[in-house]
Design a protein around this ligand. Structure first.
Ligand SMILES: [Zn+2]
Ligand SMILES: [Zn+2]
Length: 267
C-alpha cells in the first residue's frame, strides 16, 4: 500500500511519511521522538519500518526530534553538506546517522530514487525533493521564498505534490509579527504565500498532479480555509484532489489511489 502521511506541518514542526511500494521514508523530523512513535503507532508502523530520514534543512521546526532520534536509532539521515554541518555544530552525535550529499544531487534509498533540488531559504543549503519509486512520484517543496523554475520543472509530472502555502499576504501585512519578521517571511529567502502556491499548483495540475497537499501553513498569518480557497480557485475544472496538512498528525494517511476525497481538511 502506498500513501502520504503528514505527521506535523507548520512553523511548530514538520514531519511526513512517504510510503511507495515497499519503501517508507520520513521527510524532516520536526517532532519529538515520542510524537513520532505515537503517530506511527496510529498507522501500525514503527521506526524500524522506515528506510531513512530525508532532511530539507536544519531549522528547528524540521529537526527538533533529531537529538533523541540519533541517540536511539541507527537509521540513516540524509542531509546536504551545508545542512549536515549546521546540525553537527549542535549535535556531534548525529555524525553516525548522517549521509551527506550536495544540493541538486540524486541518490537512492532502497527502491526509491531521490532527486534533491536547491531552494531559496535562509538556511545553510536547503533542498526540496522529488521521490520516484513504487509506481509513484512525490514532489516535496516547502521553506522557499519563491518557486525556482528548475524545481517547478523537476516536480512537474509527479502524481503527488506537497507544496508550501505559508501565509496570506494581507494577513501577514496586517498581522502581529514585527516588521523584520514580516520582511523575512515574504522575502526571497522566506516562505511561499498562498498566491505563490496557487500559481505553482495550477501548472502542476496541468502537468498531471493527482493530489496536492498544502503544507507549512502559518498559525498567525494563514488559516486552512483561506489557503484552500486560494489554490482551489485555480484548480477548478481539474481532477487534482486538494488537501491541507494539519498542524499535527493527519487522522489517516492519504492513499495513493485513483479515487480520493476532494478538498479534504483533516483538522
Ligand atoms: Zn525553514
Ligand atoms: Zn520550516
Amino acid at each position: 500500500m502506498s500513501f502520504y502521511y503528514s505527521i506535523a506541518s507548520g512553523s511548530s514542526g514538520n514531519c511526513a511519511l512517504w510510503q511507495a511500494g515497499d519503501t517508507a521514508v520520513l521527510i524532516d523530523l520536526g517532532v519529538s521522538v515520542r510524537a513520532l512513535n505515537q503517530a506511527l503507532r496510529r498507522i501500525d508502523m514503527q521506526v524500524e519500518d522506515l528506510s531513512a530520514v530525508l532532511l530539507t534543512h536544519e531549522h528547528v521546526d524540521h529537526t527538533k526530534g533529531l537529538a533523541t532520534f540519533t541517540k536511539k536509532y541507527d537509521l540513516p539521515v540524509y542531509a546536504t553538506f551545508g545542512t549536515a554541518a549546521a546540525i553537527l555544530q549542535k549535535l556531534p552525535q548525529a555524525q553516525k546517522n548522517l549521509r551527506t550529499f550536495a544540493g541538486g544531487e540524486r541518490f537512492t534509498v532502497d527502491d526509491l530514487q531521490i532527486q534533491s533540488m536547491p531552494v531559496s531559504h535562509d538556511a545553510a543549503e536547503p533542498v526540496a525533493y522529488r521521490i520516484d519509486g513504487g509506481g509513484h512520484q512525490l514532489g516535496y517543496v516547502t521553506d522557499t521564498g519563491f518557486l525556482p523554475e528548475q524545481v517547478q520543472k523537476q516536480v512537474s509530472g509527479c502524481d503527488t505534490i506537497v507544496l508550501e502555502s505559508n501565509h496570506d499576504v494581507d494577513m501577514l501585512r496586517t498581522g502581529p509579527y514585527p516588521m523584520y519578521l514580516k520582511q523575512r517571511i515574504r522575502g526571497k529567502y522566506g516562505h511561499l504565500s498562498n498566491e505563490d502556491c496557487a500559481r505553482g499548483a495550477q501548472e502542476l495540475a496541468k502537468a498531471g498532479a493527482k493530489r496536492l497537499v498544502l503544507a507549512h501553513l502559518s498559525d498567525k498569518n494563514n488559516n486552512p480555509l483561506t489557503a484552500l480557497r486560494c489554490t482551489q480557485r485555480v484548480l477548478d475544472g481539474s481532477d487534482c484532489e486538494l488537501y491541507v496538512a494539519p498542524r499535527s498528525a493527519m487522522e489517516e494517511p492519504i492513499p495513493l489511489t485513483e479515487e480520493g476525497r476532494q478538498c479534504s481538511m483533516f483538522d
